[in-house]
Design a protein around this ligand. Structure first.
Ligand SMILES: [Zn+2]
Length: 300
């Protein structure tokens, strides 16, 4: 059986920082060390935050540290018909409902305990509207978001790095009230449609995975394997961010570091190289083993 294809799916909303680049490098290593295909997809549905210049810049930075990919880079903004079709199928199965709640209403409702649902989860307010309440909201002219009807179902899966994971699925949004398809919907549709067999991404997305597996199963899609890699941390122990200083390839270049230096630094931060060693991307493919990530070294 061929190895499952992998991918990296950035949002063109800013310059990739070292944490993003390390996640990309690891996703690439998972795929290339197994002789699998590696795809890049631009997650550009949040049109308010997307900036044209970051598409090319992000691809340039990935290539600069030695990553390559198969086939054309696809953009979610060009795949709206696929997401619309998925929503139609969910609707036909009675699995979505309209939600008119404002952010403030959701915050207030979610702060009360609701059985098995995780803290902050949407408690299903709009699923229980009376006919009069519903008519009032429909007449308001405020466009509704669409939520799935998940009924607090529990989903369990085995993450290649995090181990056994269990999550309760809340009634999450699949189409926002501004009409934009939600990340959780698009990612599931795209990974299946592109034949992605293994999703390697940052550990910050581990909590979203039960939702995505639930949705994929409802849409009759094959579930990919998952490996959630550790996030890169700043010197203060919090997730690496712009405020930590020189965190982009350009920033590091200004300090005299080449993309090869940055790749070596990223590799050393996960135990794939000695801190002062210079290694090619091909060397890393030879060395890579997911076991190395089981006890990740701290970012320098
Ligand atoms: Zn609602």
């Amino acid at each position: 059986m061929p190895a499952p294809d992998g991918r990296f799916a950035p949002s063109p909303t800013g310059t990739l920082h070292l944490g993003n680049l390390r996640t990309a490098l690891l996703a690439w290593l998972f795929a290339r060390s197994a002789d699998a295909r590696f795809l890049v997809r631009m997650e550009d549905l949040d049109t308010g935050r997307v900036r044209e210049r970051f598409y090319d810049e992000q691809l340039r930075d990935l290539a600069a540290i030695g990553l390559d990919w198969d086939g054309p880079v696809v953009c979610q903004s060009e795949r709206l018909a696929l997401y619309a079709d998925a929503v139609d199928r969910l609707r036909a199965d009675g699995l979505v409902y309209e939600c008119w709640c404002t952010r403030a209403e959701i915050r207030e409702a979610a702060s009360a305990p609701h059985g098995d649902l995780p803290e902050g989860a949407y408690p299903g307010t709009c699923l229980r509207l009376t006919a009069a309440e519903r008519a009032e909201r429909e007449a308001s002219g405020r466009p509704p978001a669409l939520r799935v009807r998940a009924g607090a179902e529990t989903v369990a899966f085995e993450d290649r790095l995090a181990g056994a994971v269990t999550g309760v699925v809340d009634d999450f949004v699949v189409r926002r009230n501004d009409g934009a398809y939600a990340y959780n919907l698009a990612v599931v549709v795209d990974d299946a449609e592109q034949g992605i067999g293994e999703v390697v991404r940052g550990a910050d997305l581990l909590d979203s995975t039960p939702r995505q597996l639930w949705l994929g199963a409802r849409l009759g899609l094959a579930a990919p394997r998952h490996a959630h890699v550790p996030l890169m941390l700043g010197p203060d122990g919090t997730r690496l961010a712009k405020r930590h200083g020189a965190v982009t390839l350009a920033d590091r270049g200004a300090l005299g570091e080449s993309p090869d230096d940055v790749r070596a630094y990223l590799a050393a931060s996960v135990g794939l190289a000695e801190p002062t060693e210079r290694v090619s991307a091909a060397d890393l493919v030879e060395r890579f083993s997911e076991d190395l990530l089981a006890a990740p070294a701290k970012a320098a």
